[in-house]
Structure formats: C-alpha cells, structure tokens
Write a protein that binds this ligand. Structure first.
Ligand SMILES: [Zn+2]
Length: 247
C-alpha cells in the first residue's frame, strides 16, 4: 500500500524546484498520492499540467486562506473550479487568530462553506485559534472535513472529532509538548500524514522536501512502536473515505 501526502502546496513549490522530478522520486519511494492546496491564481494552471504528466495521483483543492497575504484567489475563481469539477475540496480555508479582521474573515469562511455545501465537496481546514467559533460554524455543515496541521488544544481536538472530521499529522505534533494530542489523533484513527510543503519551508540543502510525509510517518511509528504498515493502512482508508479514490 502507498503513502499519501495529505496536505502540501505543490504548485507553490514548483516555482523554485523541479517538481516533476521530485514527484517522480517520491513515487519511487512510495509516496504516490498528494492532496495539494492552491491559494494563488498563478498556481491553478499548474495543476492541470501536473496531473497530466506524472503517474502520481495529484488531487488539488482551492480556497481563500484566512491569513496568507499572497492568497489572491477570489470567490468567482472557486465557483468556476467547482463548476468545471476540477477540485476535490474547498480549502484550505478557516479562521486564524493572526488575522485582526475577524468579522470579514468569518464571512469569507462561511461563504466558502456554503459553496462546498452546494457542490457537496469536502473542506480542508486551517484553524489556528478561534477553535470554538470554528466548531460552532462547522457543526451546521454536514460535510467531510480535513483539519490540516492541527496543533491546538486537546480539548478542542475532542470537540472537532464530533464532526465528520479527519486530521493530518504534521511535524508540529511531533514536539514533546504535543504528544497527548498526537496520541489522541492516533487513537481516533482519523489521521493522514502531511508535509505542508511550500517554497517558503524548503530547508537549505534539502534535496526533496516531498519526502517529509514519510519522515513524519516513520517518526510516529518509532515513537509509539507501531508497525508503519498499520499507519499506512489507516491513512489509506481515510484517504478513500475523504476522496472516494483508493490508494
Ligand atoms: Zn497549507
């Protein structure tokens, strides 16, 4: 069975690295599926190209991010992507305590959730702070949610599990002070693994940052002495539940 990088920004990375080569190398090492997120207009065309030229399965979502200045996607862009049936989900969208304009942010968030409802699409969520507000909004949308890179409180995590939600395990929850959260994620069996890679996160001398999803999985397997094959089979089931495709 294969591994999926359940949250990354491939088109963003492609501006600084030879992505096709990296994707092919990752596929050889078992990372064959990518759930990538588009946040800028310039990234959109790239995905059509990428899904055509590699054997890997790259699905992408698009959304208006709550706190990323370079995000220039507009509601009309998302509508068009939905109409043309090009995206697997809306996102990443959500709430972020770094954005001082809460009311505007919430309005954009809700409008995109409504769009996801219209097209019955899953939603990729970015929730940093404002967890109770996010839950109160999300509970009225009977949709599937992929809460990416979550590293908030355990209590809020437990609240989010009341939704039809899945979580990506990222480097952020490998830190020691997040181990209770990581354990809860594992126990929920509602997890996938992510790199969240963008061009801004590439480390100096890093040959292929797409291999990070595997590194996160390996570290979790080692920390809790779990057979990696079990982690891989759980995330494969979750990938299928979310996207409708099998790994
Ligand atoms: Zn992201």
């Amino acid at each position: 069975m294969k591994l999926c990088d359940a949250h990354c920004h491939l088109a963003n990375l492609a501006e600084v690295m030879p992505l096709k080569t990296l994707v092919e190398e990752a596929a050889e090492l078992g990372i064959t599926h990518f759930l990538s997120s588009a946040l800028r207009k310039s990234e959109l065309e790239y995905y059509t190209e990428l899904t055509d030229v590699t054997d890997s399965k790259v699905l992408y979502s698009a959304g208006i991010h709550p706190f990323f200045e370079a995000c220039d996607l507009e509601y009309a862009d998302l509508e068009e992507l939905c109409q043309r049936n090009l995206i697997w989900a809306i996102g990443e969208i959500g709430l972020d305590r770094g954005n001082p304009e809460y009311a505007v942010m919430e309005k954009i968030f809700v409008r995109q959730l409504d769009l996801a409802m219209d097209y019955r699409l899953p939603v990729v969520l970015h929730i940093v702070g404002h967890q109770q507000q996010a839950f109160d909004i999300l509970r009225s949308y009977p949709l599937k949610f992929l809460i990416h890179g979550y590293a908030g409180s355990l209590q809020a995590f437990n609240t989010f599990t009341r939704l039809d939600s899945y979580f990506t395990i990222s480097e952020r929850v490998l830190k020691e002070d997040k181990h209770d959260l990581l354990k809860a994620m594992l126990k929920s069996r509602r997890f996938l693994f992510e790199s969240d890679i963008t061009q801004y996160y590439v480390k100096e001398g890093e040959a292929n940052p797409l291999l990070r999803a595997q590194a996160v999985l390996d570290e979790v397997a080692e920390l809790y002495n779990i057979d990696p094959a079990i982690l891989i089979s759980i995330q494969a089931a979750n990938y299928q539940a979310l996207t409708g495709y099998s790994l």
